[in-house]
Design a protein around this ligand. Sequence first.
Ligand code: HEC
Length: 141
Amino acid sequence: MKKISVLFSILCLAIAFTPQQDKALAASKLRGEKLYNGLCAGCHKPDGSGFTKKKLSPPLANSDYLLKNKKNGIEVVLFGLKGKITVNDVEYDRAMPAIEWTDQELSDVLNYVRNAWGNEGPFISPEEVATVREAGRETGK
Ligand code: HEC
């Protein structure tokens, strides 16, 4: 019992001293990992390395395209992607379907892929996904 309460206190302290944004990112990543493995991993591999040999799909791990800004990733999952794209100096010319998930789910999966396998990218909120979704609606994407 005592051990458990000590552990519990340590856990509470750890949580209390973690900044809000980090907490939100950690929780989002956890949800995103499940979503990723359920769908994206089939095409981008569980380790995010992509099927690069025959250029069937680009890598997400260490992808300069994905990590360049928030917008690239948000647009790809919201609207899909077709035609030529260069990732880490290699050209791909395939197609990815739009992912018809909620803003929350898309932000979660993006927070996972942008912060897994050594990637590091700032937190993307569901509101940021919603803004890009709305902008796309206006321009007919
Ligand atoms: C049916 C296969 C397929 C699925 C499922 C899929 N992708 Fe893709 N993805 C691709 C292909 C192919 C491309 C490159 C498209 C092109 O050549 O224009 C791509 C491109 C990308 C890119 C931009 C390029 C890069 O490497 O940074 C990102 C980011 C991405 N996908 C993320 C995801 C995420 C996240 C999911 C799950 C929500 C997902 N993909 C699901 C096939 C897929």
